[in-house]
Design a protein around this ligand. Structure first.
Ligand code: SF4
Length: 462
């Protein structure tokens, strides 16, 4: 009932606003940092703040991935809030290493510890000097104040931190590719690995949440599942032949740091979602790895093209509203354009000039009546859709309220998806992933056509 009331109070017009965000299209930085840390083997994420923050981060990830997410917290109370969290963090290192035995603790900060001004490197240094970090065990950190940025920047910062703390150049080249997959699902990471293996390219993927957040039911609890990038492999990334960062926003900082720190030349590409972005990924693999494109990959591309051509009549000219994260939105928008759909509204909770310019490079400048959100929130998107409706909404779970209110076909895509399954298990990257996206879009569009057809034009074959 509360939702109904909320939706009915969304006016199509409202006074201009700049500083106020209503119903933001993002979550907080530490959630991304936690997700990145989970993609490293035997790494325990640690939230340096209050228990409430950690509970929120864990529960959001658990709801999305349908897996128990392990993480620790500094458990700030009033004392830590006033005097700083050093004592709590030092105690946490003792407790965590003795009780949970991780190889790595990945500390991310929170709004509160950032506001206090806790100096995490200094605390890690003190813990090291006092012998609180056992031999062969490690602590790293990323600053993730959530009053700036979003889960996207938190993910990027933690991925970069692994390179910063661990990647080393010894001069003994490994011949491997260092691949940063960006914030994609565990199934996407597995798909990227499958593609690299199909191209017969040796690689290290960082992070890698496949085998961590998509584990099978075995009846046994594993604190640290089999998956995740191994620490030794992260170290060796400094000796990689080349690096590929997938997603400018999630992977760019780590790939650039590996380049400047260890002189590993990097290409930063769009996420390989959709035909053209995947083509660019494959072409980069071909050039960088000096290999021919696998016949299996060529066939997958052909199947995608076939589906796009077969179903073109159902996608042609359809208008779309998108909400999500910049890396996903750039590639998805380009794919929708290739399907001859019209991307009318785009909103992200991680806005910026780099996003706007990349989107314009991929799909052109916004036309008359188009809107690329500022302020970037779901409330504004809802207002735009009231003023001039679209044929399709693609967004994370929170889009369901708008879809219901506007009675518009809806595809769940991005993070978080709290009320459905499948997103962590079936990839949307690669040519096969693009087929899945297209299938989901076609299903909701054709279901709508069936629903709205009068009896005399309700057809078996549409
Ligand atoms: S206080 Fe900050 S870090 Fe904690 S849950 Fe809220 S936004 Fe995230």
């Amino acid at each position: 009932m509360a939702t109904e009331l909320y939706l009915k109070h969304t006016e199509s017009e409202s006074p201009p606003r700049e500083a106020l965000t209503v119903n933001p299209a993002k979550t907080c930085q530490p959630i991304g940092a936690m997700y990145a840390a989970l993609g490293v083997h035997k790494c325990l994420p640690h939230s340096h703040g209050s228990q409430g923050c950690c509970s929120y981060h864990r529960s959001t990830l658990t709801r999305h991935y349908k897996e128990p997410v392990m993480a620790a917290t500094s458990s700030f109370t009033e004392g830590a809030s006033v005097f700083g969290g050093q004592a709590n963090l030092l105690q946490a290192f003792n407790t965590i290493f003795s009780l949970y035995d991780p190889q790595i603790i990945a500390v991310h900060t929170t709004c509160l510890s950032e506001t206090i001004g806790d100096d995490i490197p200094q605390i890690i240094g003190k813990a090291t000097a006092e012998g609180k970090i056992p031999a062969g065990r490690f602590v790293l950190h990323a600053n993730t104040p959530s009053y700036i940025g979003s889960h996207v920047t938190g993910f990027a910062s933690m991925t970069r931190a692994f390179v910063d703390y661990f990647a080393e150049k010894t001069g003994k080249g490994t011949g491997k590719l260092a691949v940063f997959p960006g914030w994609v699902e565990p199934a996407d990471m597995a798909e990227i690995k499958r593609i690299l293996e199909a191209m017969e390219l040796p690689y290290t993927l960082l992070p890698d949440t496949s085998g961590v957040l998509d584990t099978p039911m075995t009846g046994r609890f594993e604190m640290y599942p089999e998956g995740g990038t191994k620490l030794d492999d992260i170290r060796l990334m400094g000796d990689a032949k080349a690096a590929i960062g997938l997603g400018h926003f999630c992977s760019g900082p780590a790939a650039k740091l590996l380049d400047t720190k260890c002189r590993v030349p990097c290409d930063i590409l769009d996420l390989p979602i959709g035909l053209a972005a995947m083509d660019r990924f494959i072409d980069t693999l071909r050039r960088t790895g000096g290999v021919a494109v696998s016949e299996r990959i060529v066939q997958e591309r052909g199947r995608l093209l076939d589906m796009m051509a077969d179903m073109h009549q159902y996608t042609y000219g359809k208008t779309v509203a998108l909400a999500g994260d910049p890396d996903q939105l750039c590639s998805l928008s380009e794919f929708l354009k290739d399907l001859d759909m019209k991307v009318k509204y785009v909103v992200t909770g991680t806005p910026g000039k780099a996003f706007e310019s990349r989107l314009s490079e991929l799909i052109g400048e916004p036309g008359d009546g188009d809107w690329r959100g500022a302020p970037g929130d779901l409330f504004s998107l809802h207002q735009k859709m009231k003023q001039d409706p679209v044929d399709l909404l693609v967004a994370n779970t929170y889009g369901k309220y708008i879809a219901r209110d506007e009675d518009v076909p809806f595809v769940r895509f991005g993070f978080p998806i709290l009320d459905r399954v499948g997103h962590a298990d079936f990839p949307t990257v690669g040519y096969r992933g693009a087929m899945r996206i297209l299938e989901k879009i076609l299903t909701v569009l054709m279901d709508r056509q069936d629903r709205d057809s009068p009896n005399e034009s309700f057809e078996l074959v549409m």
